[in-house]
Design a protein around this ligand. Structure first.
Ligand SMILES: *[C@@H]1O[C@H](CO)[C@@H](O)[C@H](O)[C@H]1NC(C)=O
Ligand SMILES: *[C@@H]1O[C@H](CO)[C@@H](O)[C@H](O)[C@H]1NC(C)=O
Ligand SMILES: *[C@@H]1O[C@H](CO)[C@@H](O)[C@H](O)[C@H]1NC(C)=O
Ligand SMILES: *[C@@H]1O[C@H](CO)[C@@H](O)[C@H](O)[C@H]1NC(C)=O
Ligand SMILES: *[C@@H]1O[C@H](CO)[C@@H](O)[C@H](O)[C@H]1NC(C)=O
Ligand SMILES: *[C@@H]1O[C@H](CO)[C@@H](O)[C@H](O)[C@H]1NC(C)=O
Ligand SMILES: *[C@@H]1O[C@H](CO)[C@@H](O)[C@H](O)[C@H]1NC(C)=O
Ligand SMILES: *[C@@H]1O[C@H](CO)[C@@H](O)[C@H](O)[C@H]1NC(C)=O
Ligand SMILES: *[C@@H]1O[C@H](CO)[C@@H](O)[C@H](O)[C@H]1NC(C)=O
Length: 576
C-alpha cells in the first residue's frame, strides 16, 4: 500500500511538474545497444542510472564514458558481461605520430563502487634521469629506453620488479598488444595498442546495494554509500518539488536547533517532538521520525502534503532534514500545544469544569477553524489532501488559540479531486476513524472519512463523547483486533449525546452557550452518519456552523434503533 503511495507520488510529480530529470527509479533494468546486444547494470544509457554510460547505441560506433565529463571511448565489441574491447582514439593518434604524449596512464576512474582495469598492460617508467639504463641495479639488462627529451621511458618484457621506484621516475601502465614478446621491444609505439580490453569490477558493497534497489554513491570523504530505494524516491521527490519543498537543514543543524534534543514536547505515533530555535530566533517544534519506522512514507507524506498548503488553520512546515535514516520535520512552534489537553474530560472531575478553561465561544471558534483548515485541504489546493488522522491530539493551538491541523503522516494526496481512494489497511485512530476505513461494507473511503473524524472530534469537544471510552491508540496497520473496540463504543455514546441535547434545552443554560453547543452537536451528528454519502462536505459543515441554528435539522438516527448488521458489530462487549 505504502509503496503504492510513493509510486503514485512519483508518477504524479513526474507527470505534472514536467521536471523529468535523471529519474533513478525509472532506470530500465536493461537496454538494447545495437551490435552489443542487451546491456545492464553497471552500464546504462542515461546519466543518473548505472555506474557508467553507453551512448550512440543506434550508430555503428557505440561509445562508452566511464565518468561524466571523462574521456569517450569507442566500443569495438563486447567481450563478456564485465568487459568490452574498446578503442582509444586519442591514444591511437599519439601512437601513430610516435608522440611522447602517449606515455601517460590511461585515465580510469576509481570509486568504492567500481574499478576499471586494462586487462593486458605494460608497466613502464618515465624517468628524468637518462643514465638509469646503464645502471643495471635499477632496470635489468632486458629493459629498453626511449628518449622523449624531457624524460626517458624505460620498459621491458617481462616487466621487472622495480623496488623502490626511483623518486625521479613515474610508473605508468599502458595497454599492450596481447601477443607481444621480447622481439617487439624495438618499437615501443608498435608494442603499445589503442585497442584493448577494458574490464570492470563492481564492488560487493555496490552489488548488494543495487540488488536491494539502491543507488551506489561515494560520500564526501570517499567512502561507499548506498542510497536506499525509498531515499532515492524521496530525493527525487524533493528535487522535483524544490520550489514547493521547505528549507532543508543538515542533521547537525537540527541538533543545534534543539540543543541536542534537550526539550521534549511529546511523542507521537511516528516519532518524538522537541522544542527548538532556528538561527533566526524563531521557535520551532522539531519532529524526529523514528528510524525504526523508516521506510520514509510518513516523511514523504508529510512533506508532500504540507508543502502544498498555506492556510492559517494548517501548521506551517518551516523546514526538514533528510540525511539517510535521520529525518526531521520542523514546524512553527505552537505555544499552547495540542487541543487534546484542553478537552480532557476526566472521569473524576465534572466535565463542565475542564471545558470552561477555553469557554464555549473559543471552543466554537476552534471547531470552526479546524473546519476551515479541513475544507481547504479537501477543496482549496490543486490536489485534494485527505488527512486521515483528524483528532484533538493533531490539532495544535497558537498563542491566541487558533487551531492548526498538524501531523500529515497518514495523509493521502488525490489527484484530479478523485474522491474515492483505495486503501488496503486501516489508518487512523480508534474513536475517530470512519467505519468505511475499517470495513468496506460501509462504503468507499473518501474525503467524507475525514468528515467523520471531524464529527467525532467536535462531539468530543462539546463533551458529548467522553470519559470512559476506550483508549484511543493509533491503529496498527496489521492489528485487526482493534476492530472490536470501535463500534459499540460509538453507539453507546450516541445515546448520551441524545440525552445531552434534551438536557441542554431542559436545563435552560446560558442561551448563547446552548446555541453553540447544540449547533456543534447537530453538526457532529451529521458528520458521523454511517453512510459516507449522508455526511456533509466540509464546505457544508462550515455553512452549518456559520448559519443559524434554526436552519439546522437534527439528522435521522436510524442506526440507533436498528442494530447494525455487519459482522464487526456483533462482537461482544469489551469492558467499556
Ligand atoms: C535507454 O534504454 C531504454 C530501454 O531500452 C529506453 O526506453 C530509453 O529510451 C533509453 N534512453 C535513452 C536516453 O536512450
Ligand atoms: C554481448 O554480445 C552478445 C551478442 O553479441 C549478447 O548476447 C550479450 O548480451 C552482449 N552483452 C554482454 C554483456 O555480454
Ligand atoms: C569512434 O569511431 C569513429 C569511426 O572510426 C570515429 O569517427 C569517432 O571519432 C570515434 N569516436 C571516439 C570518441 O573516438
Ligand atoms: C599527427 O600526425 C598527423 C599526420 O600523420 C598530423 O596531421 C597531426 O597534426 C599530428 N598530430 C599531432 C597531435 O601531432
Ligand atoms: C595492469 O595489469 C595488472 C595485472 O593484470 C593489473 O593489476 C593492473 O590493474 C592493470 N593496470 C591497469 C591500469 O589497468
Ligand atoms: C599510473 O597508474 C599506476 C597504477 O594504477 C600508478 O601506480 C601510478 O602512480 C600512475 N602514474 C601516474 C603518473 O599517475
Ligand atoms: C573485484 O574486486 C574485489 C574487491 O572489491 C576483489 O576481491 C575481486 O577479486 C575483484 N574481482 C575481479 C574479477 O577482479
Ligand atoms: C563497504 O561499505 C562500508 C560502509 O557502508 C565500508 O565501511 C566498507 O569499507 C565498504 N567495503 C568496501 C570493500 O569498500
Ligand atoms: C497559551 O499561550 C500563551 C502564549 O504563549 C500563554 O501566555 C498562555 O499562558 C497559554 N495558555 C495556556 C492555557 O496554556
Amino acid at each position: 500500500m505504502n509503496l503504492v503511495i510513493i509510486k503514485f507520488l512519483l508518477f504524479f510529480f513526474l507527470f505534472h511538474s514536467s521536471i523529468i530529470t535523471s529519474a533513478v527509479s525509472n532506470c530500465p533494468k536493461s537496454f538494447e545497444c545495437g551490435s552489443l546486444g542487451s546491456l545492464q547494470f553497471p552500464l546504462s544509457n542515461s546519466t543518473g542510472c548505472g555506474l557508467f554510460t553507453v551512448d550512440d547505441c543506434d550508430s555503428d560506433n557505440p561509445t562508452v564514458q566511464l565518468e561524466p565529463g571523462g574521456q569517450v571511448f569507442n566500443i569495438s565489441r563486447n567481450i563478456s558481461t564485465n568487459s568490452f574491447l574498446i578503442k582509444d582514439h586519442t591514444l591511437q593518434v599519439q601512437l601513430d605520430n610516435m608522440s611522447c604524449f602517449a606515455f601517460r596512464n590511461v585515465s580510469l576512474p576509481k570509486s568504492p563502487s567500481i574499478s576499471f582495469s586494462v586487462s593486458s598492460n605494460l608497466t613502464m617508467f618515465a624517468c628524468v634521469n637518462p643514465n638509469y639504463i646503464h645502471d643495471g641495479e635499477i632496470f635489468p639488462e632486458n629493459h629498453r629506453s626511449y628518449d622523449c627529451t624531457l624524460f626517458i621511458v624505460y620498459y621491458g618484457f617481462p616487466t621487472a620488479e622495480v623496488s623502490p621506484v626511483p623518486s625521479d621516475c613515474q610508473v605508468i601502465q599502458l595497454p599492450v598488444k596481447p601477443n607481444y614478446d621480447q622481439s617487439s621491444l624495438e618499437n615501443v609505439f608498435g608494442l603499445l595498442t589503442s585497442e584493448y580490453i577494458l574490464e570492470w569490477n563492481v564492488s560487493e558493497n555496490c552489488s548488494e546495494c543495487h540488488r536491494g534497489g539502491g543507488q551506489c554513491l561515494t560520500n564526501n570523504i570517499g567512502e561507499f554509500e548506498c542510497k536506499s530505494a525509498d531515499e532515492k524516491d524521496i530525493e527525487l521527490f524533493l528535487k522535483n518539488n524544490g520550489n514547493l519543498a521547505p528549507k532543508r537543514y543538515r542533521y547537525s543543524d537540527v541538533k543545534k536547533f534543539t540543543k541536542s534534543f534537550g526539550e521534549s514536547l511529546g511523542k507521537g505515533g511516528y516519532g518524538s517532538v522537541y522544542k527548538g530555535k532556528l538561527y533566526d530566533g524563531r521557535l520551532v517544534a522539531v519532529k524526529m521520525l523514528d528510524e525504526s519506522k523508516g521506510n520514509g512514507d510518513e516523511f514523504m507524506n508529510e512533506v508532500a502534503s504540507i508543502s502544498r498548503t498555506s492556510h492559517v488553520n494548517i501548521v506551517t512546515l518551516l523546514g526538514f532534514c533528510f540525511e539517510g535514516s535521520k529525518r526531521a520535520l520542523i514546524y512553527e512552534f505552537m505555544p499552547n500545544g495540542s487541543l487534546e489537553k484542553f478537552i480532557q474530560h476526566s472521569a473524576s472531575s465534572s466535565s463542565k469544569e475542564d471545558v470552561i478553561i477555553l469557554g464555549w465561544e473559543k471552543l466554537f471558534q476552534i471547531a470552526l477553524g479546524i473546519a476551515r483548515g479541513l475544507e481547504y485541504l479537501h477543496e482549496g489546493c490543486n490536489t485534494r489532501i485527505l488527512h486521515f488522522d483528524i483528532k484533538p491530539h493533531n490539532i495544535l493551538l497558537d498563542k491566541d488559540f487558533n487551531p492548526k491541523i498538524s501531523d500529515f503522516g497518514l495523509a493521502k494526496l488525490c489527484p484530479n479531486r478523485l474522491s474515492i481512494v483505495s486503501m488496503l489497511v486501516a489508518r487512523g485512530t480508534i474513536g475517530y476513524i470512519a467505519p468505511e476505513v475499517f470495513s468496506r461494507n460501509f462504503g468507499e473511503v473518501s474525503h467524507k472519512s475525514d468528515v467523520y473524524s471531524y464529527g467525532m472530534m467536535i462531539l468530543e469537544i462539546v463533551g458529548a463523547t467522553k470519559k470512559n471510552g476506550p483508549s484511543k491508540d493509533v491503529i496498527n496497520a496489521d492489528d485487526t483486533s482493534s476492530e472490536v473496540y470501535f463500534p459499540q463504543y460509538i453507539y453507546k455514546e450516541l445515546e448520551l449525546i441524545d440525552a445531552d441535547l434534551d438536557g441542554i434545552i431542559a436545563n435552560n443554560e446560558d442561551e448563547s452557550e446552548v446555541i453553540t453547543k447544540r449547533k456543534l452537536i447537530i453538526v457532529g451528528l451529521w458528520c458521523i452518519q454511517i453512510d459516507p454519502k449522508d455526511r456533509p462536505s466540509m464546505k457544508k459543515v462550515l455553512e452549518m456552523l456559520e448559519g443559524k441554528l434554526e436552519n439546522l435539522q437534527v439528522p435521522p438516527k436510524p442506526y440507533l434503533s436498528s442494530p447494525p448488521r455487519a459482522p464487526i458489530f456483533s462482537i461482544s462487549d469489551q469492558s467499556m
